[in-house]
Design a binder for this molecule. Structure first.
Ligand code: NCD
Length: 321
């Protein structure tokens, strides 16, 4: 990439969650990602940092931006990238996650990117395979690269993370994005508020170091960043909200509710968006929205993470020991 030999060696082999990262680890990844943004904006985007390395994307859940940005990130670093299409693989014939992982491991990849509906799937895989593992979302547990790309977007727009007020709004209960963001923002010294109906808040959320706000008016008051979350209806059994119309009326972000935040507050959404459910189109496409920047930062962050994990200075001899 740029001259990475001057950057400190990243101390971890896997990226399983934000919880295991120190503030220094996080800043190091964000600094590397800043350099990767410049590469993606060039006419010639290909580098040779991961030339000769093999990356496998193993996605058990639907994904548009996360899978494609991991693929592009790998290609921009010069890696050979393979997308395992779970829908047409032996997984459909009943193969277990571990058996699939062991089969892929025997092909000697250097890095495995996994998304799975069960919390802990990435950590389990990391114990079984001989390569680096990146968690691209495990159930309602963590989605570390999403939190990193959100932090990069905020840091580039506001110049800092510490001291900012961030309101995370919507379906916190089912959201790995919310969990990873809360951990990261707290680690870097931001103040986090969560706004949701009580049915969409996990029990014990206050112990994660956030302020719980029952209304958008309260949660958005003076906020620097408003992060909206998708209502994850595919993870809901039963009714968590009375009706979509009522949900939008009380918790959907529209121009009126956004007035409570600072005039220059950023509006964010990890995607995919449900327009008219958690966010009005005029806001999603409006001047305060940085939703497209988030997508751009996603490629940069994934380049930074893979490059850091596969840093050849990090004792490569221990791989496949
Ligand atoms: C999120 C996810 O999959 O957890 N999306 C994403 O990674 N871009 C959030 C969501 O699905 O709502």
């Amino acid at each position: 990439m740029t001259d990475t030999s001057s950057l400190p060696v990243y101390p971890h082999r896997h990226l399983l969650g934000i919880r295991e990262l120190s503030p220094v680890d996080i800043e190091l990844l964000l600094d590397r990602a800043d350099a990767a943004v410049a590469i993606s904006r060039r006419h010639e985007k290909k580098t040779s940092t991961l030339r000769g390395r093999t990356q496998i994307n193993l996605f058990y859940e639907a994904s548009t931006r996360t899978q494609s940005s991991f693929e592009l990130a790998g290609k921009r670093l010069g890696a050979d990238v393979m997308n395992m299409s779970v829908a047409s693989s032996s997984v459909k014939k009943g193969e277990t996650l571990i058996d699939t992982a062991m089969t892929l491991n025997a092909m000697r990849p250097d890095i495995l990117i996994i998304r799975h509906a069960s919390a802990g799937a990435a950590a389990l895989l990391a114990q079984k395979v001989g390569c680096s593992v990146v968690n691209a979302g495990d159930g309602a547990h963590e989605h570390p690269t999403q939190a990193l790309l959100d932090a990069l977007t905020i840091r580039r727009a506001k110049g800092r993370i510490a001291g900012l007020s961030v309101a995370i709004c919507g379906d916190i209960l089912h959201s790995r994005v919310a969990r990873s963001n809360i951990l990261l923002l707290n680690a870097l010294g931001a103040g986090v508020r969560v706004v949701a109906p009580s049915t969409l808040l996990p029990s014990g959320i206050a112990q994660m170091g956030v302020t719980v706000c029952p209304t958008m008016a309260e949660g958005l008051k003076g906020a620097d960043v408003v992060m909206m979350l998708r209502l994850q209806r595919e993870r809901m059994q039963g009714a968590f909200v009375p009706s979509i119309r009522e949900y939008f009326r009380y918790f959907g972000l529209d121009a009126e509710k956004l007035k409570a935040a600072k005039d220059d507050a950023l509006v964010m959404h990890p995607g995919p968006m449900n327009r008219g459910v958690e966010i009005a189109s005029e806001i999603a496409d409006g001047p305060q929205s940085v939703i497209q920047e988030q997508v751009e930062m996603g490629v940069a962050v994934r380049m930074a993470v893979m490059e850091a994990l596969l840093d050849p200075r990090r004792r490569p001899s221990e791989d496949y020991a």
